[in-house]
Ligand binder design. Structure first.
Ligand SMILES: Cc1cc2nc3c(=O)[nH]c(=O)nc-3n(C[C@H](O)[C@H](O)[C@H](O)COP(=O)(O)OP(=O)(O)OC[C@H]3O[C@@H](n4cnc5c(N)ncnc54)[C@H](O)[C@@H]3O)c2cc1C
Length: 373
């Protein structure tokens, strides 16, 4: 009932031309956005969450069906409620259910589906636009993740290739690809997972731009801290962020052993030069025939809607303010301190997003209080 009342109230209150001004608007209702909303509520900050998805679950609702809670790296807790643990349940069911319960239990004010098209500055206020609708706010927490911004490299010949092409974001699952000749492109965890389930049932060739980096030991907190620290340095310096999750190194798990025994991970091919109608071609003229190219080539931060604010520095990234002693707490945009980014750079993991959300809420609460006094 509460949700229906809220949706009706908020859509009226948020219309363009409304005289109301929010203390904060959160964009995105994934791990980062929900955690931010929780902490903003704790601090009494009047805010709304806008999310482009029709349902709760952030990017997790779009993960492929064969990804179970055994295969994910691990989903960190949202503040105050334990996340689902390892199980054979589909990640695209378990995590969205967790998020949906969380939104209800903590009475988070999420309006969906609302796709923010741009954020502009109007004097002391920011204006969040979604088509004809607009919300005015004193501060902004951006938590839009990466899923809606797939990194899909375009090689010459992409348009003449006669087969099908998919990205991780559109992976159709193993049954669809059974018996096909598939080229998997990419040296990250998604490529390893896809090969694990495809090699036993299809003819798979693995192609990588750089040699894959294998890890022989379980991933510990010390390694995690090192990786996050490196990403934080890049972001503070104003460089485009590298991926935290992608930098953890690759390790085969039990369900990938069959593919390993088939030699599917041995000696990946270097990246091809172009696509041709029947497959991929290398500079020496060699052609690998394929029915399908699967681009497991990662994602970029989904921040195009922030372009009007001019947050980027000359090196192409959005520089964030460093917080000494806490590498995941860099959230405040250097070029506009009203804007806070979480799930960006060092906080682009479920644990990082939750931690960054706490910091962003603290900053927002201080900024709102400072303006009021
Ligand atoms: C394939 C894959 C597997 C991963 N596995 C793990 C893992 O096992 N463990 C881990 O810790 N991390 C993992 N990550 C990283 C992790 O998913 C994210 O870093 C983490 O969930 C942070 O969530 P988020 O809130 O930043 O983003 P998301 O969960 O992506 O949520 C962002 C939300 O914002 C919405 N949105 C985007 N643009 C707009 C817009 N313009 N207007 C309105 N709404 C918008 C989206 O629709 C979405 O609902 C994985 C990432 C990928 C791509």
């Amino acid at each position: 009932m509460w949700r229906g009342v809220v949706a009706a109230y908020l859509s009226v209150r948020g219309r363009s031309g409304s005289v109301d001004v929010w203390d904060s608007i959160v964009i995105g209702a994934g791990q980062g956005g929900l955690a931010a909303s929780y902490f903003l509520n704790q601090r009494g900050v009047d805010h709304l969450v806008l999310d482009s998805n029709p349902r709760p679950g952030g990017a997790w609702q779009h993960r492929w069906d064969s990804l179970t809670m055994h295969e994910v790296h691990g989903v960190a807790d949202l503040p105050g409620d334990p996340a689902p643990g390892r199980s054979s349940e589909r990640a695209n069911v378990a995590v969205p259910n967790y998020f949906a319960d969380y939104e209800q239990r903590h009475e988070l004010r999420v309006v969906r589906p609302v796709e923010v098209t741009e954020v502009t500055s109007a004097g002391a206020l920011l204006v969040v636009h979604a088509g004809e609708r607009a919300w005015r706010t004193r501060t902004l927490v951006n938590a839009t993740g990466t899923w809606t911004s797939p990194n899909w490299p375009r090689y010459p010949g992409a348009e003449v290739f006669r087969g099908e092409q998919f990205h991780t974001a559109t992976y159709p699952g193993p049954e669809y690809l059974r018996g096909k000749r598939i080229i998997v492109v990419g040296a990250g965890a998604s490529a390893v997972q896809f090969i694990g389930e495809l090699a036993p049932i299809a003819d798979v060739a693995w192609v990588t731009r750089r040699p894959p980096v294998w890890r022989t030991e379980e991933f510990g907190p010390q390694t995690g801290l090192q990786i996050v620290t490196e990403v934080e340095k890049r972001v503070v310096a104003g460089l485009p962020p590298s991926s935290v999750v992608g930098a953890t190194g690759l390790m085969l798990r039990a369900h990938e052993q069959e593919a390993a025994e088939l030699g599917a991970y041995d000696d990946p091919l270097p990246i091809f030069e172009r696509l041709v109608p029947e497959g991929a071609q290398w500079a020496d003229g060699t052609v690998e025939a394929a029915d399908t190219i699967l681009w497991a080539t990662g994602f970029r931060s989904a921040v195009d809607h922030l372009e009007p604010l001019g947050l980027r520095g000359p090196l192409g990234g959005i520089p964030l303010e460093r917080v000494p002693g806490n590498v995941q707490a860099a959230t405040t945009a250097v070029h506009d301190r009203r804007v806070h980014l979480i799930g960006y750079g060092p906080s682009a993991s479920t644990i990082g997003a939750s931690r960054a959300a706490r910091r962003a809420a603290l900053e927002v609460a201080q900024q709102v209080t400072d303006r009021a006094s």
